[in-house]
Unconditional design. Structure first.
Length: 228
């Protein structure tokens, strides 16, 4: 009997360890082939990170991981895309300046994985440079996957850093609007939908599938949980 993937947020690890996986790739296929900018809200520990990890593996062409799943013979595996995957739980943000430094370092790590050197200074400018450089060097539009997009804000709701954090995050996300010509797909997850961040207006109001029946991911099952 296969083991449950409890605590596993990596699709690659889950598949390589032959853990239980409830196939949601039909929903993923329908989503990524019909929409461009998507937002999904779920509580923490509901499988959002596993969903992001699955999309990462899909767009980067890790075909073997999808053997036996719905999407395996429907996806064009000859087409691989550069992916900028940002997990805000991995970015240090006790104060605005700390967050900016940590975000710059995070973007540098992504750039190094693609053998790209970033020359600009601020986090927003480096984000823009990374998108444009990946597009130019690969000839493919860039996929952006952002997990826990609201983490910096929810962590500072009741302290004096809130306004500065919110401004810094807004400036960072604003880059995606101006980079639309170079982007293939944007997916954001979070616990809450903060209109004050202006993320949604900046991205021309992404499709919110939180309560959309067509893309009703039951993420507790998706992540291998059996609780009701």
């Amino acid at each position: 009997m296969k083991k449950l993937p409890i605590g596993i947020q990596s699709f690659e690890k889950l598949r390589e360890q032959n853990r239980v996986y409830v196939d949601k790739t039909e929903d993923i296929y329908n989503l990524v082939t019909s929409e461009n900018v998507v937002f999904l809200s779920r509580p923490r520990r509901f499988g959002k990170s596993l969903l992001v990890s699955t999309m990462d593996a899909l767009f980067t062409g890790k075909k073997d991981l999808f053997a036996g799943l719905y999407i395996y013979d429907k996806w064009d595996w000859s087409q691989q895309y550069p992916v900028i995957r940002i997990d805000w739980t991995q970015i240090n943000h006790p104060a605005p300046e700390d967050m900016k430094v940590s975000l710059i370092e995070y973007l540098e790590e992504i750039a190094e994985n693609y053998q790209v050197t970033l020359k600009t200074k601020s986090a927003p400018s480096r984000f823009r440079e990374l998108i444009l450089t990946l597009y130019k060097t690969t000839g493919k539009k860039v996929v952006i996957l952002i997990d826990e997009y609201d983490k910096p804000v929810t962590s500072h709701l009741f302290d004096p850093h809130l306004d500065d954090i919110r401004t810094a995050v807004h400036d960072f996300y604003q880059v995606m609007k101006g980079s639309d010509d170079y982007l293939k797909f944007i997916f954001l997850t979070g616990v809450s939908k903060f209109s004050g961040l202006s993320v949604f207006s900046a991205l021309n109001n992404p499709l919110d599938i939180t309560f959309t029946q067509r893309f009703c991911f039951d993420l507790r099952i998706y992540a291998g949980r059996t609780g009701k």
